[in-house]
Ligand binder design. Structure first.
Ligand SMILES: Cc1cc2nc3c(=O)[nH]c(=O)nc-3n(C[C@H](O)[C@H](O)[C@H](O)COP(=O)(O)OP(=O)(O)OC[C@H]3O[C@@H](n4cnc5c(N)ncnc54)[C@H](O)[C@@H]3O)c2cc1C
Length: 422
């Protein structure tokens, strides 16, 4: 279940090794609603995207070779990295140099079309708009919103949006799990001229002290978006995110000369072992309370003066660009962000401004919240992400990946497990 990169990784690998196997991919929505459809930045350097508790370099690199064959990524050039690296090191900051491809939201949709065509040619069945709602483990069948389907092997790859569903299935089936880690932070938006490194390195990965890092940088035709998440208590919340159009194909997306990227801090709970998911929801809901059911945005200039932002400050002379996400409430992010998170992020932003002078221009916008829930960590019974006999949990929702390429790789790994058992 799930037609994201994790599910696709399993389906294609099984089909290549045993073309006669009958494979059905279900998705409640359209094909691949995660990163393949949104921005489609693909990282091909370990450990980016690979949780190190499950992946070592050798294993990840072996899988990445196969992932490349399907995704056929044009790797982006980088320039002047040594200069940025030297500046960073002096401040105790690490700049990771990685191989990356960026198809953009428009290019990603084309890639999805090609992958769908390939599934069809290979005889792999897909059923879109069909939602899985339950599992009858003893009968070896799943229940969807349309029918019951029997299975020999079941692979669940519901992505981050399916986080709650996966938790409820694990609880029902007695699969123990912990979810003690989340990333929480802000999304920065500024003019490209205030963050010109993007002309040399499309998605620069800076690692700051205190477990803060830059994440998912977009530029050129770049937009901040908001995603709705279902709260377990029935109260939904938004997390912001970002994407860009490639401009290579005829598609929407005006060149707006803006850059956006996330600054995220990792929060890991030890004792008592709190649920990262619950914590994430509460932070999200707190932001909704502050923002009148919308995310909050604040200009760096206002933040520095200890003032909230107001709507008229988004049009004036000094604040010379308009937010790409308009459906957001000007306010004071410091009222909603936990102090330790805010301290780490603000310090990192200052370090970044020393490495790339300009990013803290008063007009720069900080959007909150951006929350990543990664760590549904089931207890697996083997090395192939089998959580119960004949049931595999993979991809971002199961914490075996944190990105498109690693999600595909975790799909390959589950497929290998299935083939071994046969
Ligand atoms: C807006 C956005 C932009 C992103 N951009 C990037 C990027 O540029 N690069 C990157 O590496 N990562 C990106 N990511 C993260 C990326 O989505 C994941 O790393 C990757 O897609 C995970 O793959 P997956 O197969 O685990 O899940 P997904 O790709 O999320 O796929 C899961 C699929 O399962 C389906 N599903 C869920 N529940 C059910 C159910 N009950 N029944 C049936 N179907 C169900 C969903 O509809 C979905 O299509 C982005 C994520 C988002 C949300």
């Amino acid at each position: 279940m799930g037609s994201g990169p994790a599910g696709l990784g399993t389906a294609f690998h099984l089909n290549e090794r045993e073309p006669n196997l009958s494979v059905l991919i279900l998705d409640r929505s359209s094909m691949s609603t995660g990163g393949l459809r949104n921005d489609c930045k693909m990282n091909f350097t370990y450990p980016v995207g690979f949780p190190e508790e499950y992946w070592d370099r050798v294993r990840a690199n072996k899988a990445l070779k196969e992932v490349k064959r399907f995704l056929n990524p044009p790797i982006l050039p980088t320039r002047n990295l040594e200069i940025y690296k030297k500046r960073s090191e002096k401040l105790g900051v690490e700049l990771l140099a990685i191989k990356q491809s960026h198809l953009g939201t428009d290019g990603g949709i084309i890639l999805i079309g090609e992958l769908m065509e390939s599934l069809k040619t290979r005889g792999i069945e897909t059923s879109l708009g069909e939602e899985m709602v339950d599992i009858e483990e003893r009968k070896h069948l799943i229940v969807t919103n349309k029918r019951e389907i029997g299975y020999k092997k079941l692979v669940l790859a519901p992505g981050r949006q399916g986080f709650n569903f996966l938790q409820s299935m694990m609880s029902k089936l007695g699969v123990s799990y912990i979810d003690n880690v989340i990333d929480v932070g802000i999304r920065i938006e500024t003019r490209e001229q205030y963050y010109p490194i993007v002309r040399d390195y499309y998605d620069p990965k800076f690692l700051f002290p205190d477990k803060v890092r830059t994440f998912c940088t977009n530029s050129g035709r770049a937009y901040v978006v908001k995603e709705r998440y279902k709260g377990s208590t029935g109260r939904d919340y938004y997390s912001v995110n970002g994407h860009a159009f490639s401009g290579n194909v005829e598609a929407p997306g005006e060149k707006n000369g803006l850059v956006n990227f996330a600054l995220l801090k990792r929060v890991r709970f030890t004792e008592p072992l709190a649920s990262g998911n619950e914590y994430a929801e509460m932070l999200g809901q707190m932001a909704m309370v502050m923002g009148g059911s919308r995310p909050i945005m604040q200009r760096v200039g206002d933040f520095r003066l200890g003032k909230r932002s107001k709507i008229d400050q988004f049009n004036g002379d000094l604040y010379d660009f308009e937010p790409s996400l308009r459906d957001c409430t000007p306010g004071d992010i410091s009222l909603a962000i936990p102090a330790k998170v805010l301290r780490g992020i603000w310090k990192s932003l200052k370090l970044l401004d020393t490495i790339i002078p300009g990013v803290m221009h008063p007009s720069t916008i900080m959007y909150y919240p951006e929350i990543k829930r990664y760590a549904n960590k089931p207890s697996f019974i083997d090395d192939y992400f089998q959580a119960k006999q004949d049931m595999y949990l993979i991809g971002d929702g199961a914490g075996t990946s944190r990105g498109i390429t690693a999600a595909w790789a975790s799909g390959i790994r589950a497929a290998r497990g299935i083939l071994n058992e046969r």
